[in-house]
Design a protein around this ligand. Structure first.
Ligand code: 5GP
Ligand code: ZN
Length: 116
């Protein structure tokens, strides 16, 4: 299930260190190494799924868990009431660089729309 060449699988296994802020049976969340806002957390499934394009219907609970974790992290970080953004990039044109599904949770500053 884990991809031996995948950076985020190595974070899940503990082979690579990360600043983990939340975890449960389905997901792990850690601070982005190159934060784009004062809060920038990545929420990932423990199980390797490369992109949204590879999602199967049986992954619906996992996807739900990513968003429930984002809710809890936003509350924990104190950004829930002011507002925050969740982003999941899919493939090159959207800027995906790590091919293990991840939900960005960004907050702590006002965020512009539309995104670049
Ligand atoms: P993407 O561009 O694929 O949507 O997002 C990948 C994110 O992973 C980027 O924001 C990047 O800064 C972050 N990232 C890449 N390598 C590492 C790492 O080794 N540790 C952590 N914590 N974040 C990483
Ligand atoms: Zn992976």
């Amino acid at each position: 299930m884990a991809d031996p060449d995948c950076l985020f699988c190595k974070i899940v296994s503990g082979e690579i260190n990360a600043d983990v802020v939340f975890e449960n049976d389905d997901v792990v969340a850690f601070r982005d190494i190159n934060p784009q806002a004062s809060t920038h957390v990545l929420v990932i499934p423990r199980r390797h799924i490369a992109t949204i394009n590879e999602l199967e219907s049986e992954d619906s609970q996992t996807v739900g868990s990513l968003f429930l974790a984002a809710r809890d992290i936003a509350a924990q970080e104190g950004i829930a009431e002011a507002g925050f953004r969740t982003v999941m990039n899919c493939n090159a044109a959207a800027g995906q660089t790590v091919f293990h599904l991840h939900l960005h949770v960004l907050g702590g500053r006002s965020l512009e729309w539309p995104p670049g």
